[in-house]
Design a protein around this ligand. Sequence first.
Ligand code: AMP
Length: 466
Amino acid sequence: MFTEANTPAADIPAGDGETNGFATLGLHAALVRAVADSGYTTPTEVQGRAIPPALAGQDLRVSSSTGSGKTASFVLPALTRVLAARGDGKRREKGVVHGPRILVLTPTRELAMQVSKAASTYGTHVQGLRVATIVGGVPYGAQLKALRGPLDVLIATPGRLMDHMASGKAILANVEMLVLDEADRMLDMGFIDDIRHIAESLPQERQTVMYSATFAGHVGRLAAELLRDDAQTIDVASHTDTHENIEQRLHWADNGQHKNALLDQILSERDMEQAVVFTSTQRDADWLADRLADMGHHVASLHGGMPQGRRTRVLQGLRNKQLRVLVATDVAARGIDVPTISHVINYGLPMKAEDYVHRIGRTGRAGRNGLAITLAEAPDAGMIRRIQQFTTQQIPVATIAGLEPQKPAPRLFTQRREGGFGGGAGGDRPRGRPFNKGGFRSGGGDRPAFGGPRNGGGFKSSPRQR
Ligand code: AMP
């Protein structure tokens, strides 16, 4: 998620120096101490949201990227299990190989090493903690020895673990918690059958937590197989994500009428497969959906004021393509995981900058490209500025031929920001994606009058490669 290398924990909030937020999550004091030793006092979003249900034994489906603090979000609950077992007074019989209580599967050796390091760091006050790492590309000897000894946590890549299972050396009969880290990458690497086989060898009543950038397609189906029906879904967008596969554009509108004309044009573009149009209020969502329906669009609104049954039916309509346009509010945004959404259009801006990130994340799913278009009027400039500061990226300004704004674009930046971006709307390149990619005209240039001839409404640029 980091836009630059070597900026660890860049988006992780600083602690307040007085209370330790990890204690309030219900973690054992030994773990809170170890986390504090590492200098962390405030849980990151994924930690705050995943740790309590994980401690309660729930299965989890978590979307969260590297750098969000996700490793600790499963290592800490895992170590809590180890500590609980230490305290249950039941001694494990000597001379019998019990195998680990916790099994973590990772796609690569590097990730396995990172998880192993986190387990040792956060487990530093867990007496006699035994962690083993089983990865490919290294000799078997030390791994066999580790598997024979008493073991609390086993971190493995699927291929090598399968080898040890085949030779009967890996005992997995006592696994209480299975973690799949970066499940989508494991599937990309062809590990699906190995994962299935490993999971089948574990006790039925285990807890399973799955981390993946997406749960669409194969990985979603695997999640449905491995997780219990009441598994909780946690979706954490990372705000400095560069969203490489999502192209962002900002269109300035002179007024509401101009904004509607821009929206109508965008919705009539041929490469528009399905769109989610966001409004600021439920009333606007209903009003806009009615307006678009009158124009002949297959459209519905989705917002928190609707009964759950209707919301589910609307989402189903989007999934089975009966709907081409969904008009939604922020409350509804997080539950929308439909890979065919090609466009996200911000018709009304969000109240909070982080909601912008949740919104644009509705497109570009399952490895596809997406387009996130923001339609803004002059009074929205403050919010646009906050969004750009929050994401540390500039949204390139674009125009549509024949629908160019007449008013000059509001100035978003008046001074250079250290380590960020500066200049006017046509200023420095953002850190994430190249500015003005695709040859869009940046704001502030000469513009023909709004309402002039429409050249079929094509975007004023070379066509985008999608
Ligand atoms: P991860 O997403 O697990 O790869 O973690 C990214 C980085 O954030 C690692 O260097 C962690 O040590 C660090 N980290 C994890 N939790 C916190 C936290 N609560 N506060 C600050 N940094 C953290």
